[in-house]
Design a binder for this molecule. Structure first.
Ligand code: ZN
Length: 458
């Protein structure tokens, strides 16, 4: 029999968790509510939801979550028994260089790249000289596929825009955006990796990228020659974002220089020009990764005022930094705890997948949440929830994904984990049993566990 569900607009009163279930939480028989009914496309039974006691059934219709209840009577076109496992919104990866991914095997650049970020950029430039559209589509497509299998349902993909590769990367990733849209949301960032003032002609190419349909304007002010050029770079990025009505995502102070303080001008510009909640900044180290507490305090409060999303990439920082200079070894991590405690949105991004900056990565956001717990000393139950948020609701907010999260009326972009709690998910790095995009299962993993112990063990 097909389950009948209430129209999501018609919430029943009296529910203890309105935000999630929209009013039907206590109904054991949803079809008994005498209102307008339709038939469910997908029904996920016995799922555990973060922050709620007991299990819930989640009903999906037309790509959206139509009902959440303790028990939905009947069945549907497709049914999944979660068996008490954790159902969470799809993971979001807010920072990923899909154009460069999987170039690590082009190993002639590695010698230089392994010295640190400033050295890695020229190495990556030479990698870029070999790009073709089919090559980018193949590599980025493979990275998207592994990301989807790991439960990622949205990626903000950076495409280098400069006089080396021209518009090739942005055009290729825009093409990919259309090819994979049923499985994942791609946002394409027009990213001036070589600088705007350092690389004459890039400003025009950025505008052309926006004309082609890029979603976000990127920036990298710290890479310009001096502070004045960095400020001019920031102005130009906001000029273009303003002209095209787009958000800004910059890579800021990605170095170990305590005098690198470009984030201050970036935040003041965002506030002054009315970009509150529409700015993201990755790395945020430089002056923030120094003992200057007064400066850090000022930046944290400016970040709050600007509605900034801070993007941390601990795995890359741990790998890339502190390799020169002896002991004690620096971690290269931004002030995650201070930002979170001040109410600033924090996300963790993959940044690199096997490229001249980082030889690992597979688009698995749970893996990155695991690493950030180590890098930023997150371990209490509350801090583990923070880490989980940093790969789900945090980046979703930064990307301004609409209708995100488990709630009636939201998109059914979901992942069923082979774990019952956030702690277990982080500790065990479990299988992603089902990945659901817009109500359709786009990836599945079957698990079969068999443990054989010899009697002699005892
Ligand atoms: Zn990056």
């Amino acid at each position: 029999m097909a389950a009948k569900i209430q129209d999501p607009q018609l919430g029943a009163p009296g529910c203890s968790c309105e935000a999630i279930c929209g009013g039907d939480e206590g109904q054991s028989d949803i079809s008994s509510i005498g209102r307008r009914f339709r038939v469910l496309d997908l029904l996920i039974r016995n799922s555990r939801l973060r922050g709620l006691e007991g299990l819930r059934d989640v009903g999906i219709q037309d790509g959206r979550i139509a009902v959440v209840a303790r028990r939905i009577r009947g069945d549907s076109a497709k049914e999944i028994d979660a068996g008490g496992r954790l159902l969470v919104p799809g993971f979001a990866n807010i920072h990923c260089h899909l154009d460069k991914c999987l170039t690590g095997a082009w190993a002639e650049v590695w010698e230089e790249a392994s010295k640190g970020s400033p050295e890695a950029i020229p190495a990556a430039t030479r990698v870029k000289e070999r790009f073709t559209e089919s090559d980018i589509l193949e590599r980025a497509g493979e990275a998207v596929a592994t990301s989807v299998q790991a439960g990622t349902t949205a990626i903000r993909a950076f495409a280098d825009v400069d006089t080396v590769g021209g518009l090739l990367a942005v055009k290729s990733l825009l093409k990919l955006r259309g090819m994979v849209r049923d499985a994942i949301d791609l946002q394409v960032v027009a990213f001036p990796q070589e600088g705007i003032l350092r690389d004459e002609g890039t400003e025009e190419l950025l505008e052309k990228s926006m004309d082609l349909g890029a979603d976000v304007v990127g920036g990298i002010p710290w890479y310009e020659k001096d502070r004045e050029a960095a400020a001019r770079h920031t102005d130009l990025v906001f000029d273009i974002a303003e002209k095209y009505g787009k958000d800004v995502h910059a890579l800021i102070d990605d170095n170990t220089d305590p005098s690198s303080r470009n984030i201050e001008y970036f935040l003041k510009t965002a506030i002054r020009r009315g970009f509150k909640g529409r700015v993201a900044a990755s790395h945020c180290r430089g002056g923030l990764d120094s003992p200057d507490e007064a400066y850090a305090g000022r930046i944290v409060s400016l970040a709050k005022k600007a509605g900034l999303t801070v993007v941390e990439n601990s795995h890359v920082s741990l790998f890339m930094y502190g390799r020169t200079g002896g002991h004690p070894v620096r971690r290269g991590v931004t002030r995650i705890r201070e930002f979170v405690e001040a109410g600033v949105n924090v996300a963790v991004g993959q940044d690199d997948i096997d490229d001249p900056y980082y030889p690992f990565g597979r688009g698995d956001m749970l893996e990155l949440a695991f690493v950030v717990c180590h890098a930023a000393h997150l371990g209490t139950p509350q801090e583990l929830e923070w880490a989980f948020d940093m790969v789900s609701s945090g980046p979703a907010k930064g990307m301004r994904l609409d209708s995100y999260g488990i709630g009636v009326g939201n998109w059914a972009d979901l992942v069923l984990l082979d774990a019952e709690t956030v702690h277990e998910a982080l500790r065990l790095q479990p299988a992603r049993l089902a990945v659901i995009k817009r109500g359709k299962v786009v990836a599945e993993t079957k698990t079969r566990r068999r443990l054989r112990l010899k009697r002699s063990v005892s």
